[in-house]
Ligand binder design. Sequence first.
Ligand code: C5P
Length: 232
Amino acid sequence: MLSPLIVALDYSTLDDAMACARLLDPAKVRVKVGKQLFTNEGPKVLDALHALGFDVFLDLKFHDIPNTVAGAVGAAVDLGVWMVNVHAVGGRRMMEAAAEAVERSNNHQTQLIAVTVLTSMDSGDLSELGINEQPADYVARLASIAQSAGLDGVVCSAQEARSLRAQCGDKFTLVTPGIRLPDDDAGDQRRVVTPWDAVAGGSNYLVVGRSITAAINPTDVIDSIISRLTRA
Ligand code: C5P
């Protein structure tokens, strides 16, 4: 059965991404393709991952005028991706145009998600931009606009998942990066949460990169996470 895990294929080349993907089981995990891999290799990465049977989250975080974002989202949907995202700070009209692009397409199954505040940003970064709200309040505001604009969910920190779940209800999708196992190095992530705490807090999908991809045996790590999530 598919788990909540989305493995971030943060590689430069198709060969490296596929070497990792071939170790993974599309019946257990989904995969995420981000800006680095997609910029280098383009849509053929998606074709190769789809051919292996994976659901693919195309994490390009679109942010532009409504017409341009609608076109990009429509193109992503036509490529058959399972999930695609935009930046909520692009505003209501941009998100509505993106949601309409999914509706217009032949693949209504694609989930459209908004990034709220990047987990790499803190209150100092926001106030330098003239945003004096606390990050949690700003995230809640952006999530509310995303939901009323017709998006399926948001990317957020697992630490915000519990309050967003209460605010947005059970049907709103919460996707959370910044996941680490108890013995892992946090690396460049500032606020990390374990997979079980993230799910207990209301996350639907856990984006996990290096904890899995840098492991000596990625499948062992996946199986141990899934088995603990199943027991919880
Ligand atoms: O290796 P690690 O588990 O930190 O990878 C996290 C993945 O989630 C990366 O692909 C990163 O770009 C992505 N991400 C994130 N924080 C966000 C949005 C996406 O870490 N707010």
